[in-house]
Design a protein around this ligand. Structure first.
Ligand code: S3P
Length: 174
């Protein structure tokens, strides 16, 4: 029989509020894999919150931090981890093959209502601070869905699924 444990890492991509951190923690527990969160990694390195990095240094500085974080994961040869990424990390084209090289890339997809509900529970996301949040989310999804589709090995629709169902959905196909 084959070993159903994912050989390398599981990488979670998707929009803000798609559940990457929450599902990452759950998968980490189920597989006994440690969780790496790229936003947290960057916050530790920069000694600033993501919101402060955006306001003090700008978005493109943050995007460079994300690329450095991915490069670091590759050069560290990280395996048997869950990696939760920031929602915009796959925007940079050069990051996409690196994410796929790191392991099994799962797109946590969700509809606008779900994303709106989940992102409205906390307000620390700089990109959702201005304008009408529903319109902002829809506009960003229009730009990003093709990117998430391209980078991922698996797309999982999570609207209506609870945490356990989502985690098991990933493990069944990993
Ligand atoms: C961003 C998503 C955030 C964080 C930053 C930018 C984005 O991460 O990296 O605010 O561009 O989608 P989460 O997806 O964990 O909220």
């Amino acid at each position: 029989t084959t070993n159903t444990m994912p050989a390398r890492n599981i990488i979670l991509v998707g929009f803000m509020g798609s559940g990457k951190s929450t599902i990452g923690r759950e998968l980490g527990k189920l597989l006994s894999y440690p969780l790496i969160d790229t936003d947290s990694k960057i916050e530790e390195l920069e000694k600033l919150s993501v919101a402060d990095i955006f306001s003090l240094r700008g978005e493109s500085y943050f995007r460079n931090c994300e690329t450095q974080a991915v490069d670091q994961l590759i050069s560290d040869g990280v395996t048997h981890h869950i990696i939760a990424t920031g929602g915009g990390l796959p925007i940079k084209e050069q990051n996409r093959p690196l994410l796929r090289e790191l392991g099994y890339v799962v797109w946590l997809d969700a509809n606008t209502d779900t994303l709106l509900e989940r992102t409205s529970r906390n307000s620390k996301r700089p990109l959702l601070q201005t304008g009408n949040p529903r319109e902002t989310i829809e506009k960003m999804l229009n730009q990003r869905n093709a990117i998430y589709r391209e980078v991922s090995h698996l797309r999982l629709q999570t609207s209506g699924l609870n945490i356990a169902e989502t985690a098991h959905g990933i493990l069944e196909s990993a």
